[in-house]
Design a protein around this ligand. Sequence first.
Ligand SMILES: N[C@@H](CCC(=O)N[C@@H](CS)C(=O)NCC(=O)O)C(=O)O
Length: 212
Amino acid sequence: MKLVYFDVYGRAEPIRMLLNHAKVEFEDFRIGFAEWPALKAGDNPVLEFEQVPVLVLDNGKVLSQTKAIMRYLGLQYGYLPTDAYEAYLVDSYLDAFNDLMHPFALARWEKDEEKKKEILANWLANTFPKFLTAFEKRLESQGHSKFLVGEKLTIADFSFSSLISVIVYNELSETSATLRETYETFPRLKEYAHNMKEIFNDYLESRPKRPM
Ligand SMILES: N[C@@H](CCC(=O)N[C@@H](CS)C(=O)NCC(=O)O)C(=O)O
């Protein structure tokens, strides 16, 4: 199969992590930002919504939309719970990660430096701790499990491990050290990061290093 995205972590990284963990061979096709406008304008049948990531399967089918791709791969490779409540928890996490990251992404692409600072400061003071508090509570209710949901790795773990590896534990990110200070005030989340680092260490060490 072929995964099409930009040469950054972004929305494709949980997909890369999952395929890597499941030992599925795939082409990690990375588009340069400069090539994108022409590709997008080119009426390319692979770009159904004129957005990436897309995953082109070996049978020619093209999958779009990150969460749907994750769910598809989760079902294929055993990273989706069969229990309805656990499946709900996984989806709820994925939506929460999107909500958490939306303002952060807006700040990153904001050209006006003052506005950018303001969005980021508000996110750091309010949004980030609010979501972490909720995640910490969920982890507390998980008892001794290492994972976000149930007793095994799910697509929620790929998504959250990717997220923290990019914004909290990333030496190339300008904001990572500040975010880590807040993140590590949550003991269960800190322990979670440690546990996931053990599981994904080989991949995290060998992947291309990027600030985002
Ligand atoms: N809902 C889509 C959003 C995809 C999306 O926003 N992709 C961005 C990159 S992260 C993109 O393709 N941007 C280029 C563009 O829209 O021209 C998903 O979850 O996959």
